[in-house]
Design a protein around this ligand. Sequence first.
Ligand SMILES: [Zn+2]
Length: 280
Amino acid sequence: KIMEVGKEVSDLREGDIVSGETHIFCGKCFQCRTGNAHICERMLLRGVDTDGCFAEYHVLNEQHAWLNDRKIPIEVASAQEPLGNAVHAASAAEISGNSVAIFGCGPIGACLIGLCKSFGATKIFGIDIVDYRLKLAKDMGGDVLIDGSQQDPVKEIMRLTDGRGVDAFFEMSGAQPSFEEGFRVLRPGGTAILFGLPSKKIELDVANWIVFKDAHVRGVFGRRLFGTWYKTAEVLKAGQVDLTRLITHRFDLEEFSKAFALMKSGRSGKIIMYPNKKHG
Ligand SMILES: [Zn+2]
């Protein structure tokens, strides 16, 4: 909620409910001026390169603020950033009438499952190794949930697609096995969307997984500014994805260490932290 506006702010007012774009773009470089501000040449990330929003007050430049519709509940508004990532990822592949496999069912992967459902995917596979997340994926509309620690996702997906594989796979976890399994279940001519960040270099079998398959491979980062925000707000207003299902825990900001430990355990959906002890 805006407590005070600077004198050069033109469109926002005190009391407005805004969300903050985490990509702090310059607005002046080649990328920014050609509609690609999310990959600005001078990009700073809020909370990484600057102070973050886990605070009672935060200073936000007007051009990085997104004015929320009053109809969107405040908790849902605060979770738009991961949904925006999912909207950006979902927009990068053809979903309607296609089968998809989503590797990694954390909050962003689970949002993506909800979007794929609403965008008309014929079959949605969700793969994770944490049962809590698989349940979340099920709640968001996943058709077949596979626990990669118990079952071989490749065998299962190939069996359930009559040996053809999926039309698109989304790598949302950054884990080496997911890249391998994802490319192996991708049908020839299919699309691979890479979003997860591996913690170290990983191996890819370029010949067999990409070239011989004539595969389309696309990396997605952040979200388009502000096209994805408009789309995300419309998705929420239309009730196409129910983010309230994804919000599983609430904490006071001062309990942040508990909240982070829970998030790291994988046994949570989206965790909301309240800076003002208002979650009751
Ligand atoms: Zn720029």
